[in-house]
Design a protein around this ligand. Structure first.
Ligand code: ADP
Ligand code: TRP
Length: 334
């Protein structure tokens, strides 16, 4: 893990696919770190990876809606366009150009080792070139902005390692120092947020607790967290309980100690723990849920923010591409 204080100002970049509704795994695994790095004064670039989403989502209306959902959600959660460059991947077409150039130095065997590709195929996604090339497009996303630090969840670590390999390979191939190899920024305690069933929380497993839903829906969803059938009066083990694992992300230490003691003593039911969890989630997201509703009613403002972010992102991307094209001997006349 990178140090959490990150004293030096770094170029930070991360992206999220608009492929569904945001959930607690996205928040604790990724977005919270985006906000911290933004607050620490780093130069942050955050974007919506809609080209990546095309590898799994093939419905025009759904992709458009998910793109606006993620944009609205990020702004509501605190991505500040005055401090961070917030934009759409598709507003920077240079990134697909860099993807192609990286493809030409990327060994097929490197892609064959990508676990996220293998997982997706195992889950039944079609093995098309987009899915296979996914990590190279991600490498282009990162290197086109000279990013040093990439906040992501554990599942993305390999993609950042692939990015490093490709940046180094590109520089070696053309004997030019044009691409910056990045580092992942992963917070160990929240590397994998468990879902309702104890597996990794993921929209693909239908085990998520969404951030933007009503208090009542949150409570209902928390009620569906899988627990064992230990009767209410018996002692319980907090360390093996899915509800407690989520409470650890939300409750402060004093309250956690208290709940852990109540589990062990018996007479404290899973239902109580679930209700407390729902309360904590609803309290944490009360402000963002209000802001979400306001942005949702004003999509033009959201689009204006994205447009301005795209303009700033394109400037940086175009400067990198000028270096990259020159290093590779790609002549352009425009
Ligand atoms: P999903 O698995 O629901 O499709 P994404 O792959 O779109 O989520 O993930 C977006 C970001 O959120 C990534 O940085 C990813 O590492 C992080 N993330 C997603 N789910 C979790 C989780 N359960 N625990 C930790 N981080 C997560
Ligand atoms: N692959 C990332 C995910 O599924 C999304 C992503 C695309 C990304 N490009 C990126 C993350 C660049 C970090 C940096 O979560």
């Amino acid at each position: 893990m990178s140090d959490t204080t990150t004293p030096k100002t770094r170029r930070v970049l991360s992206g999220i696919q608009p492929s569904g509704r945001l959930h607690l795994g996205n928040y604790f695994g990724a977005i919270r770190q985006y906000l911290k790095l933004q607050a620490d004064g780093h130069e942050c670039f955050y974007f919506i990876a809609n080209y990546h989403a095309m590898t799994s989502l093939r419905d025009k209306a759904e992709l458009e809606a998910a793109t606006m959902h993620v944009a609205t959600a990020y702004l509501a959660l605190g991505i500040d366009p005055a401090r961070s460059v917030f934009f759409l991947q598709s507003d920077v077409p240079q990134v697909t150009e860099l993807c192609w150039m990286l493809n030409t130095v990327c060994p097929v065997t490197l892609m064959q080792k990508a676990t996220s590709y293998k997982d997706k195929i195992a889950r039944g996604l079609v093995a098309n070139m987009g899915l296979f090339d996914y990590p190279v497009l991600q490498a282009a996303d990162i290197t086109i902005y000279d990013a040093n630090l990439v906040p992501v969840g554990q599942d993305q670590k390999q993609h950042i390692e692939i990015t490093r390999d490709l940046a180094i390979k590109f520089n070696q191939t053309f004997a030019a120092d044009v691409l910056v190899p990045p580092e992942p920024y992963i917070v160990a305690e929240v590397a994998v947020v468990p879902g309702l069933d104890g597996q990794k929380m993921s929209k693909s497993y239908d085990n998520t607790i969404e951030i933007f839903q009503t208090d009542k829906q949150t409570k209902k969803r928390c009620g569906r967290i899988v627990t064992d059938s230990t009767p209410m009066e018996d002692p319980k083990n907090p360390d093996t309980c899915n509800v407690f694992a989520l409470l650890k992300l939300l409750a402060d230490q004093a309250e956690l100690d208290e709940i852990a003691a109540a589990y062990r003593a018996g007479g404290y039911g899973y239902g109580q723990a679930k209700n407390r969890l729902a309360e904590l989630i609803n309290a944490l997201f009360a402000g963002p849920r209000e802001k979400y509703a306001a942005y949702e009613n004003d999509p033009d403002t959201v689009r204006d923010i994205l447009r301005e972010g795209g303009r700033r992102a394109r400037q940086v991307a175009e400067a990198t591409m000028a270096r990259v094209r020159d290093a590779a001997g790609i002549v352009t006349t425009y």
